[in-house]
Design a protein around this ligand. Structure first.
Ligand SMILES: [Zn+2]
Length: 468
């Protein structure tokens, strides 16, 4: 037991672990002081003792403090059906997720979100960027789940009016859909106000999901209100092909032509991007979520994240609801680049570990519109961090903390998760509520939600393939 749940209830406290992961790298002999939810001081112990004479310091031997990870892309409605996607061909959103999520009532939205928050905290995420088009009642249920748990959330809503079906929306239908989406957006931004851990965001699913006028209207409104605009961009071959056939342009080129690029935009995936499109992202200051595991499990290609890093494209790292484990995500981020690019070029460094840590902390915060709020252990930011146990054989003796974090640390070494200065998970168990009881009492609801949804599964169970 760390004693952190009690200690972090105080207005101010100071921690002295073995090691602190600062923006300049891993440092020992440091003190991190938290005051009123924010990091008030990070620096050498002697300096802290000089400045804050008599302030008690809690020693944390064999422990490291690292920034909390931020999942730059997830769908909180996808908690219940994870292994169903095994072996499935790309575009599972059409056959599995959309049919499942559209059958939820507000209570199921609440349970699914809380379920995923629990997984996320166990995996070291202190912040989540959600992607969903929700009405006010369902958004409120999702916000209640975030409040129950105490996690930081970028909460989305938006609109959709598919343009890839047999019926193309008329001008009148488009105008009505824009109007409804903007009204929902305005109400959503108002509903998020006054919730310190919740930040509003707007979204449109993808290029086929709405007329270009609607994509422009929502992106413009997000820019005007100073909130994040999210969209899935150049993820699958089918989508790029459709876009070129329909508009004569690739999806990101369509977004650039219609105002859906810029510092307020977060483009999910960007797996199939040309050099020209990488330049669009860089020139316009648009952000990307790199989802390495989603590429492996359900995608068409791995995003050129090393290229994003080298060319100064803003990017964060996300799970896309594959597996809420930040440490295994770091490993996937490195491995996916190594297999898809590094090995072809004898690039043995492949981002040198810190690229992926930076991407999943500061980078994800920046991509999510939370730059300066969270993502780094620096004075002034909100106190979102993890306490890691450094005593295990996998990471002892320590030679290079960043490589160890990317390749060797595991979820069971997360001693505590602190969000906004408060310890909300200790030893994989949430503070203040019973996760075992929660899972037990909601397991049937989860099974029913999947069973009742009109899911189309093309692959089937793994055992069915054993003798083929
Ligand atoms: Zn997605």
């Amino acid at each position: 037991m760390t004693g952190l749940p009690e200690l972090t209830r105080r207005r101010s406290y100071a921690l002295a672990p073995d090691l602190v992961l600062t923006p300049a790298g891993a440092r020992d002999g440091m003190v991190v002081q938290v005051r009123e939810n924010r990091i008030a001081f990070v620096g050498p112990r002697a300096e802290f003792e000089r400045q804050a004479q008599g302030t008690p310091i809690t020693d944390m031997p064999d422990r490291a403090i690292v920034p909390g990870f931020i999942d730059a892309h997830t769908h909180l409605g996808q908690a219940f059906g994870k292994a169903i996607t095994g072996g499935e061909p790309a575009q599972i959103w059409r056959r599995i997720w959309a049919p499942m999520e559209s059958s939820y009532d507000a209570d199921t939205v609440h349970v699914s979100a809380k379920w995923m928050f629990l997984e996320a905290l166990r995996g070291g995420f202190t912040g989540i960027v959600n992607f969903a088009v929700l009405d006010g009642e369902k958004a409120a249920a999702l916000h209640q789940a975030a409040e129950d748990v105490g996690i930081r959330l970028v909460s989305a809503t938006g609109g959709a009016l598919p343009v890839d079906g047999p019926h193309r929306p008329t001008a009148c239908e488009t105008a009505k859909a824009i109007d409804a989406a903007l009204r929902r957006a305005e109400a959503h931004i108002d509903a998020c106000a006054g919730q310190p851990l919740i930040t509003p965001s707007l979204c449109i699913p993808a290029v086929q999901s709405a007329p270009v006028e609607m994509i422009r209207a929502l992106s413009d409104y997000a820019a005007e209100r100073g909130v994040l605009f999210q969209i899935h961009t150049n993820e699958h071959h089918v989508e790029v092909h459709w876009s070129v056939c329909t508009y004569g342009r690739r999806p990101l080129e369509v977004f650039a032509e219609h105002g859906a690029v810029g510092p307020h935009t977060l483009h999910h995936h960007c797996t199939l991007v040309t050099d020209h499109e990488i330049e669009i992202l860089r020139e316009t200051g648009s952000a990307v979520s790199y989802n390495p595991l989603a590429s492996a499990w359900k995608g068409d290609r791995v995003a050129p994240a090393l290229g994003f890093a080298a060319r100064g494209v803003r990017f964060g790292i996300g799970t896309d609801s594959t597996r809420s484990d930040a440490l295994r995500l770091l490993e996937s981020a490195e491995t996916a680049q190594r297999l898809s690019q590094g090995m072809q070029n004898a690039d043995f460094s492949c981002g040198a570990a810190w690229t992926w840590i930076d991407g999943a902390t500061r980078g994800s915060a920046d991509a999510a519109g939370l730059a300066g709020v969270t993502g780094q252990i620096v004075a002034g930011q909100r106190a979102d961090f993890l306490v890691l146990d450094r005593r295990q054989p996998e990471v002892t003796p320590s030679w290079d903390f960043e490589w160890e974090l990317v390749r060797l640390y595991n979820r069971d070494q997360i001693d505590a998760v602190v969000v906004d200065g408060r310890c909300i998970m200790e030893g994989s168990r949430p503070v203040g509520w019973d996760s075992e009881e929660f899972l037990k009492s909601n397991r049937k609801r989860a099974q029913d939600a999947v069973s009742a949804a009109p899911i189309i599964r093309c692959h089937g169970r793994s055992a069915d393939f054993r003798y083929r």
